[in-house]
Design a protein around this ligand. Structure first.
Ligand code: IMP
Length: 187
């Protein structure tokens, strides 16, 4: 067994709850109801950005009561872990065309906005009917570019958060709530 004390980020004691499971559940239900109403009768394609978006996506889809398709993208963002550089590489692309479809990105967090700006611009070149964004979290203090968030879960302060799909060094994705870390991770 590895000694948890040697890994300062392995200890759950360093995490402070910011958004509870119940708050996430209630807000997700509201977003799902709004999305169901807005896209009724449309050819809806939800696109999740891996890995961080997978928990939110799994809960969100179960609150949407209209037919939809799902697809995934995976991106690598250059720069230090906690600092997006805006240079984004698509490491896994959609499995099918989006032409004529109503694309709704489902993202865990919009921080500087650079990743989503890049991805939305990229998808728009593929002639979808439209492209919108649903994000669980938004940190306005970190904004470098404006990204219109059509469906937003929570606005949060400028703190590094983990849990509910979000990681630090690949850890803590499995926490069922959103927590802040005691220390900012090194940039
Ligand atoms: P952006 O391009 O700066 O908006 O960064 C978006 C990506 O950075 C997210 O999809 C996350 O993977 C990561 N990220 C930004 N802030 C946090 C955070 O507080 N915790 C965990 N990951 C974060």
């Amino acid at each position: 067994m590895p000694n948890a004390k040697r890994d300062p980020f392995a200890s759950i004691d360093r995490l402070r709850p910011l958004i509870t499971e119940e708050e996430i559940r209630n807000r997700t239900r509201e977003l799902g109801a709004k999305i169901s109403a807005d896209y009724k009768g449309s050819d809806l394609l939800l696109v999740s950005v891996l890995k961080g978006g997978f928990v939110f996506l799994a809960d969100l889809v179960r609150t949407i009561d209209i037919p939809l398709e799902l697809d995934f993208m995976r991106v690598r963002s250059y720069g230090a872990r906690s600092e997006s550089s805006g240079v984004v590489e698509i490491t896994a692309d959609l499995t099918g065309p989006v032409e004529g479809k109503h694309v709704l990105f489902v993202e865990d967090i919009v921080d500087t906005g650079l990743t989503m700006t890049y991805l939305m611009r990229n998808i728009k070149t593929r002639h979808p009917a439209d492209v919108r964004l649903c994000a669980l979290l938004y940190k306005p203090e970190r904004k470098l570019v404006d990204v219109p968030i059509d469906y937003l879960g929570f606005t949060i302060p400028n703190q590094f958060v983990v849990g509910y799909g979000l990681d630090y060094a690949e850890k803590h994705r499995n926490l069922p709530y959103i927590a802040t870390m005691d220390d900012e991770p090194p940039g």
